[in-house]
Design a binder for this molecule. Structure first.
Ligand SMILES: [Zn+2]
Length: 429
């Protein structure tokens, strides 16, 4: 069970370090126009052709493999849930918790810790393949096996603490409000996600990385100027040492209710030119100005309420038929059944959730182009992101599987903007 919500990033620690060397801005490909007018399709194609065939084949294979992994993930999780239910294992874990304490909240906690340990171990082979071996095969991971295992242990600890609190709250609601729990439960789930997003930069991110304030004025000054121009009241930009884990280029906006923060990862800083960084920052500021966090909270709120309503309706029907040693929805022994129903629901909603997120990402792309006015920087970054995202998917493929616009869409969007803004590239006075 993975939380799909993008948790917030970055924490505190001022630093002074030697200035990073910025990569020089590469010249745009020939047909993207330095004078005259731009043929948007040709300019897009010129960028797409810059990706060597071998690199393209590799990122296509990585990304398409991800479609299948999404299915295997779901099937594997379903298999684990069914095993726990049909073997009576889940009922025995509850019995053990009930023998150890008579307090309902503690029983829920003790069941959850057993459930977490068992499902983690049973899913371990798939995680090891997906998150360690496969990432290395595609050159996307910088972690040693020991390093990766250490991060897994920390992640497990976080799930043990926050999962326990969430389970105690949700099961208390289900038991006290059996008819309307799905409404209150959705509210509390959103509250947990919101609190998680608020505390993640301070409590969770520092467990894995060391965020620090970005000091290089060549980068900070233009970013803060862009922020001021768009009404973003922040005096600082953050950098995170993501290269500890990954080779991916990335940046994000985290927090809300006044804790908003823009964080660039060090791969972006080390591998991208200033126009590329500015283009990415324009995009991130778009998320902020367009209030995407608040919109996501409402959108996911609706998705969770509907999911809980489905769970409320389906759970008792399946329980009445198969029993599983589960008494009712308020019995923690039914957790594998509840998680099976919810994971089926979220799996079926994959295209909807991807489209909600991808639409917001596209909005941020357009905002970023207008704000930063660096279409070639944006196109270059889109090419770099295609190291792990298939560059040119089919239209339907992009709708179903992409939670960000594809490289092709992004480069086309940038070239379309560029064609209408000759003042940003024309040599004419
Ligand atoms: Zn984005």
């Amino acid at each position: 069970m993975r939380l799909f919500f993008a948790a917030a990033l970055a924490a505190a620690a001022v630093h002074a370090e030697p200035a990073q060397l910025l990569a020089p801005a590469p010249p745009p490909p020939a047909s993207s126009g330095a004078s005259g007018s731009i043929d948007v399709e040709a300019a897009t194609r010129a960028y797409l052709n810059q990706l060597p065939a071998a690199q393209r084949a590799k990122s296509d294979a990585y990304f398409e493999g991800g479609y299948w992994l999404h299915l295997w993930d779901f099937l594997w999780g379903a298999g684990v849930a069914l095993l726990l239910l049909f073997s009576g294992w889940s009922a025995r874990m509850r019995d053990r918790a009930e023998r150890l304490t008579r307090f309902a909240a503690l029983q829920t906690a003790l069941y959850w810790l057993q459930f977490l340990a068992v499902t983690y171990l049973l899913s371990f082979p798939l995680s090891l393949y997906r998150d360690y071996f496969r990432e290395h095969r595609y050159g996307l991971s910088n972690l040693t096996l020991a390093g990766w295992l250490g991060e897994e242990a920390k992640g497990l600890l976080v799930s043990a603490i926050f999962g326990t609190l969430a389970m105690i709250a949700l099961y208390a609601i289900v038991r006290r409000l059996p008819r309307t729990w799905w409404i209150w439960g959705a509210g509390v789930s959103l509250l947990f996600l919101a609190i998680g997003a608020l505390i993640a930069p301070v409590l969770i991110v520092p467990l894995f990385n060391t965020p620090k304030k970005l000091a290089d004025q060549r980068v900070v000054a233009p970013i803060l100027s862009l922020a001021r121009a768009n009404g973003i009241a922040t005096g600082e930009v953050w950098e995170i040492d993501a290269s500890k884990q990954t080779t991916r280029v990335s940046a994000n906006v985290s927090g809300f209710l006044g804790t908003e923060r823009i964080t660039l990862n060090d791969n972006l800083l080390n591998r991208c030119s200033l126009p590329e960084i500015e283009a990415v920052m324009g995009h991130e500021m778009g998320h902020y100005v367009l209030n995407h966090v608040y919109k996501f909270i409402w959108e996911f709120g609706v998705i969770i309420v509907v999911g809980f309503a489905l769970l409320n309706w389906l759970f008792e029907r399946l329980r009445a038929r198969y029993r599983f040693g589960v008494r009712d929805l308020g019995d923690v022994a039914g957790l594998p059944l509840a998680s099976l129903i919810l994971s089926l629901y979220f799996f079926a909603l994959t295209p909807v959730i991807n489209t909600i997120v991808r639409t917001a990402e596209y909005e941020a792309d357009v905002f970023g182009l207008n704000a930063a006015r660096k279409p070639d920087g944006f196109a270059q970054t889109a090419l770099k992101l295609s190291e792990y995202r298939k560059l040119e998917p089919g239209r339907l493929e992009e709708m179903i599987f992409y939670d960000h616009p594809s490289g092709r869409t992004r480069i086309f969007t940038a070239m379309r903007w560029k064609a209408e803004h000759p003042e940003t590239w024309s040599k004419k006075p």
